[in-house]
Design a protein around this ligand. Structure first.
Ligand code: ZN
Ligand code: ZN
Length: 157
């Protein structure tokens, strides 16, 4: 399966609940939870397209984050990916994009009024020998090893 058109799933801590006539509702019916359903679906499509196992390491990187516009990175797995960009105790909006099987995202918040840089997500696998996370395409090329273990292996043999 390949996703060729750009799919977008967004979540916001703002309430999106509406009355039957389309006006904003005074009461929130947990709309953050149903907003997340589409995010889960999109992340699931990315997972299937890239054959990612639940506990494979995923590297999140961005070049612009927070009020300092700092670059940042963070490791996660499929199990926590959906909440990896959420902020504790602050309002935010996150847009997830899936295009050509590549996942990216952007976040807006109080400290990021014009949005963060684009988040990228790189699928890794643990080296079969030393366990170090290796980019999935390198892992496949090196037959399950990181480059170092692969070099050691073929020198010994
Ligand atoms: Zn709501
Ligand atoms: Zn290794």
């Amino acid at each position: 399966m390949t996703t060729t058109e750009k799919l977008i799933a967004s979540v916001t801590t703002d309430c999106l609940c509406e009355n039957e006539d389309g006006t904003p509702s005074d009461e929130c019916f947990d709309c953050y939870e149903w907003q997340k359903d589409w995010v889960f679906e999109l992340l699931g499509m990315w997972q299937v397209a890239n054959k990612i196992d639940e506990d494979d390491p995923i590297l999140i990187e961005t070049d612009r984050l927070g009020w300092r516009n700092a670059s940042a990175f963070k490791w996660t797995t499929m199990l926590d990916l959906h909440s990896a960009l959420s902020l504790d105790g602050g309002d935010f909006r996150i847009e997830w994009y899936l295009e050509n099987d590549t996942l990216t995202a952007r976040r807006w918040s109080h400290d990021e009024p014009t949005g963060t840089g684009l988040f990228t997500f790189t699928h890794h696998r643990g080296c079969d020998k030393c366990g170090v996370p290796v980019k999935a395409d390198v892992y496949n090329e090196e037959l399950g090893f990181c480059v170092e273990c692969s070099n050691d292996y073929f020198e010994e043999n």
